[in-house]
Design a protein around this ligand. Structure first.
Ligand SMILES: [Zn+2]
Length: 247
């Protein structure tokens, strides 16, 4: 770990990934990354996600959309509905619809609301990108648990649920909503399961729900906050959480 607060540093790392830092700030970030595995892992995630977003298909804006944008910039007034006064009016409307659809696809694919459940589901989706699921791939809890030593300022509990159908497949560092978190990865049939863990003094009430087809559960136990998320059905996910809590 390091002498600088990683939560503050990660804001700078994000700005660095976006190319917004002065050379002096960038050098400070680089020095921190050299000696902090957690922030390095977070930076690798950000770079991979940013590369992934650059691969999203783009569509040229229609003349109608360009005109509307220019008009909005000129007047600083809210965008007016695109005129459909010609027989071909539906064509530009459709083209700008494609651009809107591309944006919506991003919004739907990567939920980013204020609800912590949104951040958890987004972290789960991010983890499913190729090469991101595990930093340490092992079915042995006695390999995964010590791997977190020195990489996180807390020791996450690691349990093996293989005998009840949820084999451990590894662990990973993650970061979201202002927390460094341990992500424990399990599998059930073809479904990946992420269990995010971090220390939390507040005993948050248990809750569960579903976002974009991903089910989640949260609970607090022994001073830790747990968020479980998967595309696994809610009943099997509840089975997992019950078994985890009672082990
Ligand atoms: Zn750090």
């Amino acid at each position: 770990m390091s002498d600088e607060h990683c939560d503050d540093m990660l804001l700078l790392v994000q700005a660095d990934v976006d190319g917004e830092l002065s050379p002096a700030e960038a050098a400070r970030v680089a020095a921190h990354l050299d000696r902090c595995a957690a922030c390095s892992a977070a930076q690798a995630d950000m770079l991979a996600l940013s590369a992934r977003l650059r691969d999203v298909p783009r569509y040229p804006a229609s003349e109608a959309l360009k005109t509307a944008v220019r008009a909005r910039i000129a007047s600083r007034a809210p965008v007016q509905r695109v005129q459909r006064s010609t027989p071909f009016g539906r064509v530009p409307a459709f083209a700008s619809g494609l651009a809107v659809a591309a944006c919506l696809m991003l919004v739907v694919g990567l939920p980013r609301g204020d609800d912590p459940a949104d951040a958890i589901v987004a972290a789960h989706i991010r983890a499913l990108l190729p090469g991101h699921l595990t930093d340490v791939a092992s079915t042995d809890q006695h390999t995964v648990k010590p791997w977190f030593d020195g990489r996180l300022p807390f020791a996450p509990p690691v349990k093996d649920l293989k005998t009840v159908g949820f084999p451990l497949i590894g662990g990973r560092l993650d970061y979201f909503a202002g927390h460094m978190a341990a992500a424990l990865v399990y599998r059930h049939a073809a479904h990946e399961i992420n269990l995010f863990v971090w220390p939390d003094a507040a005993d948050a009430a248990p809750s569960h729900g579903s976002i974009n087809g991903y089910n989640y559960e949260r609970w607090a136990q022994d001073g830790m906050s747990f968020w479980l998320v998967s595309d696994l059905n809610a009943a099997d996910l509840a089975d997992f959480s019950q078994r985890w809590k009672s082990l």
